[in-house]
Each structure stands twice: as structure tokens, then as C-alpha cells.
Design a protein around this ligand. Sequence first.
Ligand code: ATP
Ligand code: MG
Length: 275
Amino acid sequence: MSTTVVEVENLSFRYDKRLKENILSNISMTVDQGEWLAVIGPNGSGKSTLAQLLVGLIEADSGKIRIKNTVMDDTSKWKVRRHIGIVFQNPENQFIGTTVQDDVAFSLENLNMPYDEMKFRVDQALDLVGMSSLRHHDPSQLSGGQKQRVAIAGILALKPSILVLDEALVMLDPKSRRELLTVLQNLKRKENISILSITHDMNEAALADRIILLESGKVKNCGTSEQLFVAEPDLEPPFPELLRRELLKRNRNIPNEYMTEEEMVNWLCKSRLTV
Ligand SMILES: Nc1ncnc2c1ncn2[C@@H]1O[C@H](COP(=O)(O)OP(=O)(O)OP(=O)(O)O)[C@@H](O)[C@H]1O
Ligand SMILES: [Mg+2]
């Protein structure tokens, strides 16, 4: 049976308490241990606000957040943060160390970890994000994508059981992004970590077990990528499904149902044989 590690119940929030209108209204959702949940939605729909609430950076006006069975409040949030790590879109202000490796190690220093364990974790995290060769560089002098990778390494070194990524892969070049997505898939599979990834990239969202669509601060829909992209025809679907819809319009003899990448590849291989 799966264990729920994030439980959000009727969460509402507004930045300006004088205004009546909520930024998030009655959000309810869950994430299971080892589950990958994508959060999508237009600009301003409240995705980053939700992420900040989940890690206790801001406080809800009503509703409840439970992380690993602990209700998030002012006192419990420090304990909760040991389980949940977040990487933001813009890593500019996140650096403390004077070298890349010091910066990644810094996140571990408060944990009173033995030196050998710390070194092992820093080496492993830098390796996972492909930054080992730049470990002695000054993080402030790295490129945007390199900074982002160091920020991700800092969080991975902490080995959180829940990882929140707020458009954290946006700065990465396509190859690095693909590599990092594979790293995340492996962490999920081997270490059973839960991932909540906020993204505008529908191909990335399609890798998730489930997708939540936010609109104007409310949950508009939630389901597997197939359920969601079929139920929401106005959403731009992942590339294989986009291609299938185009082929269908051109009267190609293609199945009239949602296709994953694998299904599309199989169909293309098969249909090529019979052309
Ligand atoms: N610090 C803030 N103070 C006041 N209003 C804010 C603040 N941050 C965000 N907002 C407002 O809250 C709403 C939701 O913003 P949020 O950043 O959560 O959206 P988002 O879904 O992450 O958008 P994007 O896709 O552009 O990142 C927007 O209307 C935004 O203007
Ligand atoms: Mg955002």
C-alpha cells in the first residue's frame, strides 16, 4: 500500500490580507511516497505560491498541510524541512560558499555530519548533476544553467525524501535537462523519493505519475497525463500526442486515442513497415 507523504487540505492563501480574493482557494491534493506529481498551469495560477506554502516559507490563511504526518505550523516547519527540499527557478541568491563544493557542503554543515559522510554526499551530488569538474570554481561566476545545477546538487546532498522543483530545469540546455530528468527518475526508482515538479514543459510533465492543473488558484483538473490531456483539449499536449493529433487531421490511419512516446514510436515503426 502506498504511503501519503504530502497531504494538502482545503488550503487558501492571499498575499495581501486586506483583499478578499484568494491567490489559492481550497486546494486539496496528495503526493504518495515514491510518486512523481507534476503541477502545471498558466502564469500567475499560483504554482510557486503553492510550492512556498509546502516548504513553510509562507503560511496558509486556512487549510492544512501535512508532511509525513506532521502538520505544518510555525514550530513544526523546521523539523518538516528535513524531509522536503526545494529548488527554485532562479538560483542567483542561493549561494553561500566561495567554491562550488563548499556551497554544496554548506547545506550539510548544520546536520553535524561526520566529515567522510559529508564528502561522500558532496561528491555524489556533484557527480549526479555533472558539476564535479567545476567543484573549485566560484559559484557566482558560473553560467545560469551551471548555477542551477549547483543549487540542485545542494538539495540532493541533503537526501530529502520529498523534492519540490519550481521550474528548476528551465535554465538547462536540452541535453543537461534530459540527463537531470533521468537522474530524478533513478532517484525515484531506487530511493523511492517523491517529486513535485512545477513545469511549463508538457513533455516533462508527461514523465510524472499524475499531473495537477491549476487555474486561477484552484485545482482545475488532476489525473494521469492521458486523463488530463484528453479532458483538457485546450492544453498543449506532449509532443507525441501533438504529432498524433496532427496526423489524425491529415487523415492518417492513426488510432484516435492518446499516445505516449513509446506508443507513438511503436506505431511509427509498425506503420513504416507496411507503407
Ligand atoms: N510576493 C508576492 N506578493 C504579492 N503577490 C504575489 C507575490 N508573489 C506572487 N504574487 C501573485 O500571486 C499570483 C500567483 O503567483 P505565482 O508566482 O504563484 O504564480 P505561478 O503559477 O508560479 O506563475 P508562473 O508560471 O509565472 O511562475 C499572481 O497573481 C502573482 O501576481
Ligand atoms: Mg512560478
